[in-house]
Design a protein around this ligand. Structure first.
Ligand SMILES: Nc1ncnc2c1ncn2[C@@H]1O[C@H](COP(=O)(O)OP(=O)(O)OP(=O)(O)O)[C@@H](O)[C@H]1O
Ligand SMILES: [Mg+2]
Length: 525
């Protein structure tokens, strides 16, 4: 249930207002009964009749004012739940470190919207419907229990008609969910790849792929909606047959025998709007809620996810030992039996040709990937595949750094507090002083750093690693986008700093830079 994330007091007030709102129908029913019965049996005066109608109207107006609050509260509760779900879901997604955007993007946008319109809204509506149902039933029982019972029984029976269709709806919802994720990814690819597409004039195949995915998604949505609609139609027809013909027959017989007056029959009929409609609505709403089950399962995973933020600072180590490390994807060996050691402060260069598995090796070291065999020992602990423990030891200069579409300062610090001297120190070491002087720290760097040069992006990535002060710095082709002078300069700063060890992987590096390392290992040998 999504309502467990709502504020309890607001929810209680909402239920109360829903009950008051439901009383509108009761007022109409009573006014009708009194009027018709006095007309039929010539009781009271015409003036009294007008007064009763007036009183009814006044009560309805009062209820209208409370209804304003009731409506507002419904959207307010929805907003609260939406925010909570978004918070939990994004925390979970970020911790997944997924390579593909497809699932996550879809979950955060489309899936959560579906949860809002099909689950949260319906759960709230069920409270309102149930209030209307209960109040009308109570009033009905007090006025003619026999007719009320017959109306209710006749209403509930048709509900069983739809039971067998539930599974079918869920399956169709699942298909639609998958198609939608594919569509979202296609849109994201098309927009991100638009520059490449325009350059090579290949918009057509890119666009038609998105349209194809959209078509599949829309088709599955049509199937889902149609199934729901068809079941709903079937149910409503059966409900109509049961809940009108039978009760009216009984009502007519009771009136025929003089057991009830016309006013009471019309009153129960008026009330029965709130026996029948809420029940049909609730069944319909339950179906819609069921259709969100596959999405809700995913969100529940996020909701139950324990976010761990314990990060150990000032980790020291004596030796990192990589022992017979192997890694395979889909049965294909990428790395086999890699062995090397790195001591604290030691500078190690790992050489291998492009596509050999250098990036993969670094991702194994930080624990993003789990090796098929072998161990990664830091002192006496095997940290292979253990992201939580391993990552705190490493700074990581990525081959393809990711830049947030925010300011330069945010991209350097990620919002963490650093002293003025730490910051200027790191900026200087990474060769960013000139950029900072020219653009300022608040410079907006654009989506994935589109307002920066490739080399500037790489230097930001280097500054991030320096600021983080981890005992081992992993560098993946760290200076490949920089000119020789800058590359040399950055190597000098990284490779002469005794505070951290460096493991750099590269396939191309100058001899002068090679000389600065303590150890060079050729992985391909
Ligand atoms: N998720 C993946 N699924 C399948 N194969 C992969 C995956 N990731 C990497 N590979 C393959 O593993 C091999 C090693 O990739 P890796 O990125 O580690 O190479 P690299 O040595 O860093 O290359 P480069 O010097 O070009 O950066 C490549 O053949 C690559 O195609
Ligand atoms: Mg690589």
């Amino acid at each position: 249930m999504s309502l467990k994330f709502a504020n309890k007091k607001k929810l209680a007030l909402y239920a109360l207002l829903a009950c008051i709102s439901a009383c509108g129908n009761v007022v109409i029913a009573y006014v009708t009964k009194i009027m018709l019965n006095s007309a039929q049996y010539h009781r009271g005066s015409l003036k009294q009749l007008v007064l009763i109608a007036l009183l009814g109207a006044i009560v309805l107006i009062l209820i209208m004012f409370l209804n304003f609050g009731y409506r507002y509260l419904r959207f307010d509760i929805t907003r609260d739940i939406n925010l909570k779900l978004k918070d939990k879901t994004i925390s979970y997604l970020v911790s997944q470190q997924a390579d593909s955007q497809k699932e996550g993007l879809n979950l955060m946008t489309n899936d959560l919207k579906q949860i809002e319109s099909l689950k949260i809204a319906n759960e709230l509506m069920i409270i309102s419907e149930a209030a209307a149902f209960n109040i009308s039933i109570t009033v009905g029982l007090l006025n003619s229990w026999l007719l009320t019972v017959i109306f209710v029984v006749a209403t509930i029976i048709p509900g069983f008609v739809q039971k067998p269709f539930v599974k079918d709806i869920q399956n169709k919802a699942k298909v639609w969910e998958e198609k939608n994720a594919e569509y979202t990814q296609a849109v994201s690819d098309a927009i991100n790849g638009s520059k490449t597409a325009m350059l090579y004039d290949v918009q057509l195949p890119i666009v038609s792929y998105v349209v194809k995915q959209a078509k599949q998604m829309e088709n599955s949505l049509r199937t889902l909606n149609y199934t729901q609609g068809a079941i709903s139609t079937l149910f409503m027809t059966i409900a109509d047959i049961f809940s009108f013909t039978i009760p009216f027959l009984v009502g007519a017989i009771l009136m025929f025998n003089g057991q009830i007056g016309a006013g009471t029959l019309v009153m129960i009929v008026q009330l029965s709007n709130d026996f029948i409609n809420p029940i049909t609505m609730i069944f319909d709403q339950l179906n819609q809620i069921r259709s969100t089950q596959p999405i809700w399962n995913k969100i529940e995973k996020a909701l139950h996810f324990e976010h761990s933020t314990l990060s150990s600072s000032d980790l020291a180590f004596k030796q990192l030992t990589v022992n017979d490390l192997s890694y395979a994807i889909n049965g294909k060996n990428i790395l086999s039996n890699v062995n090397f050691t790195v001591k604290a402060g030691e500078k190690v260069l790992l050489m291998a040709p492009s596509g050999f598995g250098k990036t993969t090796l670094l991702r194994l070291l930080v624990g993003q990937l789990t090796p098929t065999s072998g161990s990664i020992m830091i002192d006496h602990q095997n940290l292979a595949g253990n992201w939580r423990k391993a990552h705190d030891y490493f700074g990581y200069i990525n081959q393809k750094p990711f830049m947030f579409n925010r300011s330069l300062i945010f991209n350097l610090t990620f919002g963490k507090k650093y002293s003025e001297s730490e910051l200027t120190g790191a900026i200087k070491l990474a060769g960013l002083t000139q950029l900072v002087e020219e653009k300022g720290l608040d410079y907006q760097i654009g989506q994935n750093g589109s307002n920066l040069s490739g080399g500037q992006i790489q230097r930001i990535e280097i500054a991030r690693a320096i600021l983080a002060k981890r005992p081992i710095l992993l560098a993946d082709e760290a200076t490949s986008a920089l000119d020789n002078t800058l590359s040399l300069q950055i190597h000098q700063t990284l490779l002469t700093n005794p505070n951290f060890a460096v493991i750099e992987v590269a396939h191309k590096i100058s001899n002068r830079e090679k000389e600065m390392f303590d150890k060079i290992i050729d992985l391909s040998k």
